[in-house]
Each structure stands twice: as C-alpha cells, then as structure tokens.
Design a binder for this molecule. Sequence first.
Ligand code: ZN
Length: 74
Amino acid sequence: MKELLIIDKQKYLEENYPFSDIPKLTDKKRCIHCDGIITVKDYKVFVDEDGEEYICCPNAPECNGAVIDWIDLD
Ligand SMILES: [Zn+2]
C-alpha cells in the first residue's frame, strides 16, 4: 500500500469518512490495534493496488489499524 498525501484533511475526512458522525480533526480517539491515543488530524491515507483508499491509524504502517478501529476515549 502506498501512502497518499492529503492536503486538506478536513475536506478529505468529510468526503471519505465511512460513518455519519464525522469527528473533528482535534478529536482524540483510541486505536484498538496499537492501543495508542491518536489525534484525528494525524490520520494517514493509504491506497491499495485497486485504487481503494483507506483512512489509517497515524501509527501506520507499524500499526495496521484503520478508521473503523478508533473508539471514543470515554
Ligand atoms: Zn493504531
């Protein structure tokens, strides 16, 4: 998977976030894969061979967690 550089992270999140409750870039979440506390704005985007884009954990590629693995802190 190749990392995609996102210039406008807010816009990208609004257009590609898989759920309806789009978080703020300043929100903190816990990634259940690496158990790290992440700030949403630090997300990374990776694209696979088919051109499919994935919003991933800021700790990628060491962590293979994606946006679906983020949970609220409380
Ligand atoms: Zn992670």
